[in-house]
Design a protein around this ligand. Structure first.
Ligand SMILES: Nc1ncnc2c1ncn2[C@@H]1O[C@H](COP(=O)(O)OP(=O)(O)O)[C@@H](O)[C@H]1O
Ligand SMILES: [Mg+2]
Length: 242
């Protein structure tokens, strides 16, 4: 479904991503992990068309999407949440999600249909019903993350890119998040997720890709990754909350 071939990204003198390649099959959940600054968000931004890579190619469903703009990538069926919440602050929760429903991968729909879909997706991600008309600037981080997820789902993606959607959750909320991620996959959506909480990665990923200083240092099942010497010394060794 997705092939990333030798992708590199320079920001001025900084090499954020260096020759990264991996593949994803339809229906998989792949976890992307690594220390802060490893290049995880940059890679998701390249796949979704937010950044152009300095070199390399991204193929989605057989089509070269390397140089497509984000709106085109979205129409092809890739949705992404942002690590930093970038919703429209003056709009209400439901309006934010309606934007996703109107501009996504699906057929053209009316405003009324889009609102109905937005409401359905907000409920699906566990967003409180009594807050759907709140301006998003009044919401907390957890609520904003839910809105982002609902907005991404409202575009009817085939592949969803999740950038730390579970950051800031308490253990009980994390469990709910794990079930939700599994439910999204069961609905037929393929998932590439950046996540810091190893318990979540271990619970939901079929495969894990580890980045360090922009390079892929390991790839494998969650079990194999936790035993990998390179991964332990560069990343897992510093973790205290496994
Ligand atoms: N827009 C940008 N301009 C300049 N440098 C950037 C930009 N985005 C990311 N970087 C740099 O690229 C590297 C990787 O960042 P990032 O992809 O955000 O890492 P991660 O998500 O793994 O924490 C970091 O050194 C970061 O400072
Ligand atoms: Mg990041």
């Amino acid at each position: 479904m997705l092939s990333i071939h030798n992708v590199s990204k320079q920001f001025g003198g900084i090499t954020a991503i260096k020759d990264v390649s991996f593949e994803m099959e339809k229906g998989e959940i792949v976890g992307l992990v690594g220390p802060n600054g490893a290049g995880k968000s940059t890679l998701l931004n390249i796949v979704s068309g937010v950044y152009l890579p300095s070199s390399g190619t991204v193929i989605f469903g057989g089509e070269d999407i390397t140089y497509l703009k984000p709106n085109k990538v979205c129409k092809l069926g890739i949705a992404k949440t942002f690590q930093l919440v970038q919703s429209f602050p003056q709009l209400t929760a439901i309006q934010n999600v309606t934007v996703g429903a109107l501009f996504g991968n699906s057929e053209k729909i009316s405003m009324k249909e889009a609102e109905g879909k937005a409401e359905e997706k907000l409920e699906y991600v566990g967003y409180p019903r009594d807050k759907i008309n709140y301006p998003v600037k009044n919401l907390n981080v957890v609520e904003l993350k839910r809105i982002q997820l609902a907005r991404a789902l409202a575009t009817d993606p085939k592949l969803i890119l999740l950038d730390e959607v579970t950051t800031g959750l308490n253990p009980k909320e994390s469990n709910t998040a794990i079930s939700l991620i599994q439910k999204i996959r069961e609905s037929g959506i393929t998932i590439l997720m950046v996540e810091h909480v190893m318990r979540i990665i271990m619970n939901v990923s079929d495969r894990v890709v580890v980045l360090h200083h922009g390079k892929k240092i390991a790839e494998g099942t969650p079990e194999a990754i936790t035993k990998d010497e390179k991964v332990i010394s560069s990343y897992l060794g510093e973790k205290t909350y496994m």
